[in-house]
Write a new protein. Structure first.
Length: 100
């Protein structure tokens, strides 16, 4: 649903036809500590991963919301917060991401 809604928005914003917008590859912004199943989404749904590498010492493997959202652009269909990464179980600050 994210990809189809984004296509309509992107086509209207940039004056593209439905066929022209199919050539534009959208992206998802998320932490590099994502679960491996996301790679199937990236590959099979033709979505680019824009990854933020969290700092183990500074924020204990959780993302910094401002830095994560700064990676978003017109081709971003979503920003993903991870609720319990598989390295240490740390939750990304979803409420902070939402505020940004």
């Amino acid at each position: 649903a994210l990809k189809f809604r984004w296509r309509k928005w992107y086509a209207a914003k940039h004056g593209l036809t439905e066929d022209e917008v199919l050539a534009v590859r959208p992206n998802l912004v998320m932490s590099s500590s994502y679960q491996a199943a996301w790679e199937k989404l990236f590959r099979y749904f033709d979505i680019e991963a824009k990854l933020y590498k969290p700092n183990l010492v500074k924020n204990k493997m959780a993302i910094d919301a401002k830095e994560l959202v700064a990676l978003a652009d017109d081709k971003t269909i979503g920003v993903v917060g991870i609720l319990g990464n598989h390295y240490n179980g740390m939750y990304d600050p979803v409420w902070d991401i939402d505020r940004e």
